[in-house]
Design a protein around this ligand. Structure first.
Ligand code: 6PG
Length: 472
């Protein structure tokens, strides 16, 4: 009976593909799904002739597993995870290992780790990125939790993870919820990457008048250069796909309402909580929310009609400038994510090695990109780098790209094409470059209306001024 190396609970596509990936790597897998029909179907189709055994109850699943048992939960984040844990625990023993591979909120993982460790179970929260294909062929894995649980699973995780230059895209991310924290920030960067690419598409299309085929070729060409990444690659493919019904590019038939499951919003909330600026990532979340207000947008568009923008364009635009702008904006968005991780590492004691985070994001996951090789190198050379853009090679890259980046944004403004994420990145860059920001005025205003006090540049201490009394 106890013949399986691991159990997988939840046979939606991610669970199915991970089970197949684990089996392909030489492990015997037991699978369970709440609806038994799905288990039967999976066994009869994708899993037929494979070392995969079905269980119709959680008791059966537990009985199929070698001890200590290893159970990977691939269920929807939220209450479903707590429910599965509650139903499963009576069938487990102390020392058994539970892994949550969903997109759980890191604080839930912190709580579950504590609760389960107190009962003698070993818990791992594991971010998994790479979508369906990654799950099957090799995802990026972001595990954290009990060190003994990681040790017991390290071989398996190394085997199923994506490989880049012979290295597996998995690393231990400390105790508690660090793995889900890193996955959350990954998704914040994912939102920013996608929004930056979407804005650039808008500029290529509405700004430069390129058609879908030309846009596809442009992204494909950029994918050979510094922008080489999974999302640029799939974007080039997307623009090459025709709608079977009309023959027009399919992407042009898709409703312009971006949905979200919440991970981007969590990243924004976390950044606000820790006081770490991530304007490009925030802009991406807000741009999705704005896209969802479609009825309002249609009404405003009708009300305003075509605006005359004559003379508003200040500079010519070309594809090469857009490539540089997209690259520079992308560097700034990764810099923001890394800064958030750096602060979380301090505040929550996760002790992240940022070069390791960059390393495991190089393959398998959605934000994999050539850029991550440079990010990894930057943190290897200087683990305490205050901000990624201070690394000498990124400093040089941004210096080289900034003129084209500014031209792009001026052009977008002139044409009335919204570029919230491209411009948020530039404002981030320019703000960080500014030895002096106008925040002195904000402090003066706060002190004026609320006696909130201020500090001075030339003296230690806290000051308050009776501004009205001092009016000349
Ligand atoms: C990944 C993705 C994956 C999922 C997103 C989608 O890394 O493989 O991030 O986990 O596609 O969570 O999120 P939204 O529905 O919020 O876009």
């Amino acid at each position: 009976m106890e013949t399986c190396d691991i159990g997988v609970i939840g046979l939606a596509v991610m669970g199915q593909n991970l089970a197949l990936n684990i089996e392909r790597n030489g492990y015997r897998v037991a699978v369970y799904n709440r609806t038994a029909e799905r288990t039967r179907q999976f066994l009869a189709e994708q899993a037929s002739q494979k070392q995969i055994v079905g269980a119709e109850t959680l008791a059966e699943l537990a009985a199929l597993l070698k001890r200590p048992r290893r159970v990977l939960m691939m269920v929807k984040a939220g209450n479903a995870v707590d429910q599965v844990i509650a139903e499963l625990l009576p069938h487990l023993e102390r020392g058994d290992i539970l892994i949550d591979g969903g997109n759980s909120f890191y604080q839930d993982t912190e709580r579950r780790s504590k609760e389960l460790e107190a009962q003698g179970f070993l818990y791992l929260g594991m971010g998994i990125s790479g979508g369906e294909e990654g799950a099957l062929k090799g995802p990026s894995l972001m595990p954290s939790g009990h060190p003994a649980a990681y040790q017991a699973l390290e071989g398996l995780l190394q085997a199923i993870a994506a490989k880049v230059d012979g290295e597996a895209c998995v690393t231990y991310l400390g105790r508690g919820g660090g793995g889900h924290y890193v996955k959350m920030v990954h998704n914040g960067i994912e939102y920013a990457d996608m929004q930056l690419i979407a804005e650039t598409y808008d500029l290529l299309h509405r700004g430069l008048g390129l058609n879908a085929e030309q846009i596809s070729r442009t992204f494909a060409a950029w994918n050979q250069e510094a922008l080489n990444s999974y999302l640029i690659e799939i974007t080039a493919h997307i623009f090459g796909v025709a709608d079977p019904q009309s023959g027009a590019p399919l992407v042009e038939k898709i409703l312009d309402v971006a949905e979200q499951k919440g991970t981007g919003k969590w990243t924004s909330e976390e950044a606000l909580e820790l006081g770490i600026p991530i304007p490009t990532l925030q802009a991406a979340v807000e741009a999705r929310a704005l896209s969802a207000q479609r009825a309002t947008r249609l009404e405003v568009a009708r009300t305003f009609g075509e605006l005359s923008l004559a003379g508003a364009e200040t500079a010519p635009l070309n594809v090469a400038a857009l490539e540089q702008a997209l690259y520079a904006a992308k560097v700034c968005s990764y810099a923001q994510g890394m800064s958030l991780l750096r602060q979380a590492s301090k505040v929550y004691g996760y002790d992240f090695d940022l070069s390791e985070v960059a390393r495991i994001w190089r393959g398998g996951c959605i934000i994999r990109a050539r850029l991550l090789n440079d990010i990894r190198r930057a943190y290897q050379e200087n683990p305490t780098l205050t901000n990624l853009i201070l690394d000498p090679s990124f400093r040089q890259a941004l210096t080289n790209a900034q003129t084209a980046w500014r031209q792009t944004i001026q052009h977008a403004i002139g044409k009335g094409i919204p570029v919230p994420a491209l411009s948020a990145s530039l404002a981030y860059f320019d703000s960080l470059r500014s030895e002096r920001l106008p925040a002195n005025l904000i402090q003066a205003q706060r002190d004026y209306f609320g006696a909130h006090t201020y500090q001075r540049i030339d003296q230690e201490g806290t000051f308050h001024t009776h501004w009205q009394a001092n009016q000349s």
